[in-house]
Write a protein that binds this ligand. Structure first.
Ligand SMILES: [Zn+2]
Length: 108
C-alpha cells in the first residue's frame, strides 16, 4: 500500500516520519483516521490537494467520503477538482449509480 503525507498529500515512504516534500513530521500530524484527513483535505485551498485527496479516496473506495465528493462536484468551481471527484465517485460506487447521477445533474 502507498502512503501519503497527511499535510501535503504527496507520496512518502511508510518508514519516513519527516515528509521529504513539506518537512512535516507524520507522528505529529494528529491521530485522526486517514480517511477523515482525506475528507478534510477536499476543502484544502491549494487546488492540487483536493484533487489528490479525491483520487486517494477513490483508490481506497472510501464510501463515507461519497457525500463530500458529491458536494464537491456540485460546488467546486475548479474543473480538475470536479473531474477528480467524479472519477473517485465512480471508483467507489458502481457505474449505474454514477450514470444516473450524471443524468440527473447533467454533469458532462
Ligand atoms: Zn508532506
Amino acid at each position: 500500500m502507498t502512503f501519503f503525507c497527511t499535510n501535503c498529500w504527496k507520496e512518502i515512504d511508510r518508514s519516513t516520519d519527516v515528509c521529504p516534500h513539506c518537512g512535516k513530521k507524520q507522528s505529529e500530524l494528529g491521530q485522526e483516521p486517514f480517511v477523515k484527513k482525506l475528507i478534510r483535505a477536499l476543502k484544502h485551498p491549494e487546488p492540487s490537494t483536493p484533487v489528490r485527496a479525491a483520487e486517494i479516496l477513490g483508490e481506497l473506495k472510501a464510501e463515507e467520503a461519497l457525500p463530500y465528493l458529491i458536494e464537491l462536484t456540485k460546488h467546486s468551481k475548479d474543473p480538475f477538482i470536479v473531474k477528480a471527484a467524479i472519477s473517485s465517485i465512480k471508483k467507489i460506487k458502481d457505474t449505474n449509480y454514477i450514470n444516473n447521477y450524471e443524468q440527473q445533474f447533467k454533469i458532462p
